[in-house]
Design a protein around this ligand. Sequence first.
Ligand code: NAI
Length: 246
Amino acid sequence: MRLSGKVAIITGAANGLGLAAAEIFAKEGASVAIADFNEELGQARAQELADRGHRVAFFQVNVADQNSVNTMVKNVLDTFGKIDILVNNAGITRDAMLKKMTLENFQKVIDVNLTGVFLCTHAVLPSMLEQGSGRIINTSSVSGVYGNIGQTNYAAAKAAVVGMTKTWAKELGRKGINVNAVAPGFIETNMTAAVPEKVLDTIKQTIPLGHLGKPEDIANAYLYLASDDGKYVNGTTLHVDGGIMM
Ligand code: NAI
């Protein structure tokens, strides 16, 4: 098992990519904190994994709220005793063309997708520095790397996540903490279920592999960066997108 004895916080793990990661991390021996805004779903998913014998617990959090994040991190430390891995996976979309995008929806996406990554990393940092080791994995997006129509807010946040990742990789590398990002392409989750079928067909034509990815494709990338397999990888953005970026 590749994460034996490790403790991981995965934000946004009640659903989609984060849930797939929670399952894979737990199977690889990690104790997993499912940290999500959605209490009902998060509790249910954590219970399902715990019923299968995994060490998984739910922690309610709004990643955009500093008090909420600090409380979540304290509760995880009280429950599991340490934090080895943080996957900053929680994210939202509020798409609109620039002309119609409101400041409220611009700010909301920045608050969750960018400030949330800052707040969660800031909160786990003291314990990682104290133990002299850690892995931070930030979720960017293909939209943040090459832009996407209707996603001014989302692309801005996801591009900023890449810059923050590189900065932290430089700041924290000598402290034993690796920081990397994963930039998923188009993956089959609730987020892409909201995209009209016609648009999805057009997208598929631009993907060299010809189809959308599965949540486990991203979860396996998180696993690689969280495990010893990825121990010399630092400051990179791993593109898991079927080749759409070429
Ligand atoms: P999803 O919508 O299926 O799940 C997101 C989870 O985040 C939900 O459980 C939700 O409750 C939680 N969440 C939302 N706001 C939160 C907050 N303020 N605090 C705590 N939790 C919150 O999304 P999906 O598709 O699994 O996406 C996961 C990550 O991957 C996101 O960062 C997304 O931007 C990114 N991504 C997804 C792609 C896709 O094709 N699905 C493509 C590229 C990036």
